[in-house]
Write a protein that binds this ligand. Structure first.
Ligand code: ADP
Ligand code: ZN
Length: 741
């Protein structure tokens, strides 16, 4: 077969310009292919672009004679075809600009500039002092140099580092370099990653686990699209089983992506991964430093061999990385809402992961103890292969669950822990076992008011109360991050000592535990207290070493952790998640409580869960108490079918915002006024959003409910494409929305 003729002209998807599609000439001597990342001139500027299939990127045809030359091909592998198709699919499905999606793949500017080296120094091989015979001592060796030589044995570093280490000046070391006693080495800044060993510590799997592992291993070997729902109870060893699929991918020289819903969980994952494969995986998340980002990005793009990236664990943004040879994707805790991104490109990483697997022709595993109804429905329809692990590993039993009716057994005044839970906490402390209290609310109190005049503290940028954080002595908005110091007097009536905290946050619960159990060691686990990987690691170590008696935490501790001596879980307010309910409030509450309950009794000692509620007969609570998951999902599915809600019908939201309230309202009205009149698309609104003011912007929402037969995206594009809005107005489309605020 003839090799394809080299490109003489190309069409670019331009990443950083208002003009997303432009044509260029390829100058003589330059070689590009589809997916090449290039620099091109645009007016006086230079822009970044990706060479794209022209027929997939409609644009204005420009005559050959008017084309400008490309300037440079960047020294990175071309974006693979499967990734280009994923970018197109994502832009199309979520109604997002193609260039904005492509930018998520090229998420390290530093990496695009190619490899970097730096010069380091070490003792030259012949620089060792000859032993014994001092007459053979070379004349170039002075006492100072000899002392430096002793200090620097085995060391390598920059001049400055070595000078400090040897307590000499850099001039001395430079002299040693000229004398041949030391040598320069070029070090790749992007150090290779150590290779994972698939046979490092192979576990003994139970029969059920082995069946699951075999299915994953076979699917990785087959190298075809295969979506799995790994539906296993908490503590069943889901990680252990999908690790066997990971091991097979490593053996076959393929890469693996493991998505976790939040960075807080990665510490735990890193340790388990290192225990199984001998080395840590490659990390990817938004708070990596630029140098780490570049190193990881390049290792991912270069493929698994020669110190490249074999297994990457990351937050949802890792999904668009340019893997050279992907062999498996795992989405752990796949039900988690945080896989949905609510700004920029509003995509759901769980769903896009399945699409990526389809384009890459590989298996994808969605793992969860409490799958989303959407995933379960697809499994029941046979689209996903469902693998069930119904028992906890090692003979551990599921915890017993009881409900505390707060209307019948209320806590004392200004207390939040009811008597039966107090008694259970005391019993655990006596027995030397651990307890976990869960309340999904950061800070001390969700509302502060003035006893004298009734003033309530509200965020000046959002429709939200300010939350008191007593540890940092501040009032904070949990929506925009605004903070102010707690004032000594009421800002309205100027009375002193009149501010009262209403309702509990985790800080307040921790205080209450301190009162009830003065001798207990208490750990407060929220994103305010555990805000670095080191602090999370310290917490896990302390809990494992039984240096903590009671953990008081937010959703941060509901999943992933395995503390064998934790035998009591108390849910402080099971009704919280159902308030201001959106479409998935019931499911979300169920998942959250089932997950936190799953922390109890994971080893020999049986676990007990106590759920405090004012609505003991609510379907969610009832299902949890009876342990009847199937009944809960069946009822939930029935309700959704009735409402034509996902997964049976489809939702989309249009969010209109502006700093000018009347401008926002006007734009929302214009959108509502031009709504399409179609039998399979219903439009609700516009109405002021529940968060009518957010970060200083006034907001309106429309909700679109479509039958599955509707071409939802086409309808939305046609509808909004014909409208024009003032500069200050932003209009966002949110397909399959999870947030309704
Ligand atoms: P899940 O994610 O399903 O809740 P984990 O994967 O966290 O469960 O497993 C629970 C605990 O049991 C972990 O400490 C894990 O290391 C251990 N475990 C599971 N399977 C095995 C096995 N086959 N051999 C040894 N330990 C196992
Ligand atoms: Zn705010």
């Amino acid at each position: 077969m003839m090799p394809p003729a080299p490109f003489r002209r190309v069409r670019l998807l331009v990443l950083n310009s208002a003009l997303p599609v432009l044509d260029y000439r390829v100058p003589h001597g330059m070689v590009v292919e589809y997916g090449s990342v290039v620099v091109a001139p645009l007016g006086p500027r230079q822009v970044l672009g990706v060479v794209w299939e022209a027929e997939r990127l409609p644009g204005e045809e420009v005559g050959d004679n008017r084309l400008r030359n490309l300037l440079q091909v960047l020294p990175v592998p071309a974006l693979p075809a499967a990734l280009r198709r994923l970018i197109e699919w994502t832009a199309d499905y979520y109604c997002a600009p193609l260039a904005q999606v492509a930018r998520m793949a090229l998420s390290s500017t530093a990496a695009l500039q190619g490899g970097r080296t730096m010069t380091e120094y070490r003792l030259a091989a012949q620089g060792e002092l000859p032993q014994g015979d001092t007459s053979a001592k070379p004349t170039r060796m002075t006492p100072q140099r000899a002392a430096a030589t002793e200090h620097l044995a085995g060391a390598q570093g920059t001049m400055r580092e070595l000078a400090e280490m040897a307590s000499v000046t850099e001039a001395v070391l430079r002299g040693m370099v000229s004398a041949g006693l030391m040598e320069a080495v070029q070090v790749d800044l992007d150090r290779p990653y150590p290779a994972a060993d698939p046979g490092f510590a192979v576990p003994d799997l139970s029969a059920g686990q082995q069946g699951a592992a075999d299915a994953f291993v076979a699917a990785v070997g087959a190298g075809a699209f295969a979506p799995f729902l790994l539906d296993g109870v908490t503590g069943s060893g889901k990680t252990e089983t999908y690790f066997e699929g990971v091991a097979e991918a490593i053996r076959l020289g393929r890469q693996v992506l493991v998505l976790l819903p939040e960075i807080a969980l990665t510490q735990n994952f890193l340790r388990r991964f290192a225990a199984r494969f001998g080395v840590p995986p490659v990390l990817w998340h938004s708070s990596l430093k630029s140098a780490e980002r570049r190193r990881a990005w390049r290792a991912i793009a270069n493929g698994p061999d020669h110190g490249g990236a074999q297994v990457v664990v990351g937050a949802r943004s890792a999904l668009f990385l340019p893997f050279a040879r992907l062999g498996l994707i795992v989405v752990d805790e796949a039900h988690e809402v945080s896989f949905k991104q609510d700004e920029g490109v509003r995509y759901n990483a769980r769903d896009v992961a399945v699409i990526r697997a389809r384009f890459e022709k590989i298996p994808v595993i969605l793992a969860s103890a409490t799958p989303a109804l959407e995933s379960l429905t697809l499994a029941e329809a046979g689209v996903y292969r469902r693998i069930i692990l119904s028992d906890r590993f090692g003979g551990a039993t599921m915890p017993s669950i009881s409900v505390i009716d707060l209307t019948k057994e209320p806590p004392e005044r200004n207390r939040w822990i009811a008597p039966p839970l107090v008694a259970a906490l005391k019993l655990r402390l006596e027995r030397g076992e651990q307890s976990l209290l869960f309340l999904n609310r950061r800070g001390y109190a969700p509302l502060t008011l003035c006893r004298h005049c009734g003033h309530r503290f509200q965020c000046e940028h959002c429709s939200a109360w300010l939350v008191e954080h007593r540890l940092s002595r501040r009032l904070a908005c949990h929506h925009c991050g605004h903070e102010e110091p707690m004032p000594p007097t009421c800002p309205e009536c100027h009375e002193a000592d009149c501010l009262v905290a209403c309702g509990p946050g985790v800080e307040r619960i921790a205080d209450e535990v301190r009162d009830i159990l003065p001798d207990a060691r208490i750990a407060l686990v929220t994103s305010d207290t555990l805000n670095t990987p080191e602090k999370i690691a310290d917490f896990v170590t302390a809990a494992e070493n039984k240096m903590i008696d009671v953990i008081v935490g937010t959703q941060l501790v509901t999943k992933g952790y395995h503390f064998p001596d934790l035998t009591l879980v108390g849910v402080i307010d099971a009704d919280l998640g159902l308030e201001g309910g959106d479409l998935r409030a019931g499911e979300r509450s169920y998942q959250q409580i089932a997950q936190v309950a799953g922390r109890a009794g994971r080893a020999e000692k049986p676990g007990e869960v106590m759920i405090q509620t004012r609505h003991p007969t609510a379907p969610v609570i009832d299902a949890l108490a009876k342990g009847d998951r199937d009944a809960f999902y069946a009822a939930e599915a029935e309700g959704r079918r009735h409402a034509n809600a996902p997964p049976f019908g489809r939702w989309a939201a249009i969010i209109v915002s502006s700093e000018d309230e009347s401008e926002a309202k006007e734009a929302a009205r214009a959108i509502g006024g031009s709504r399409p009149n179609l039998p399979d698309v219903a439009v609700l609104g516009p109405a002021p959003a529940p968060m009518a003011l957010l970060r200083g912007r006034y907001r309106y929402r429309l909700l679109i409910n479509a039958k599955r037969s509707a071409e939802l995206q086409t309808v939305l594009r046609a509808w909004l494409g014909g409208l024009n809005f003032p500069q200050g107005v932003r209009v966002h489309i949110d397909i399959d929305p999870y947030s309704f605020v």
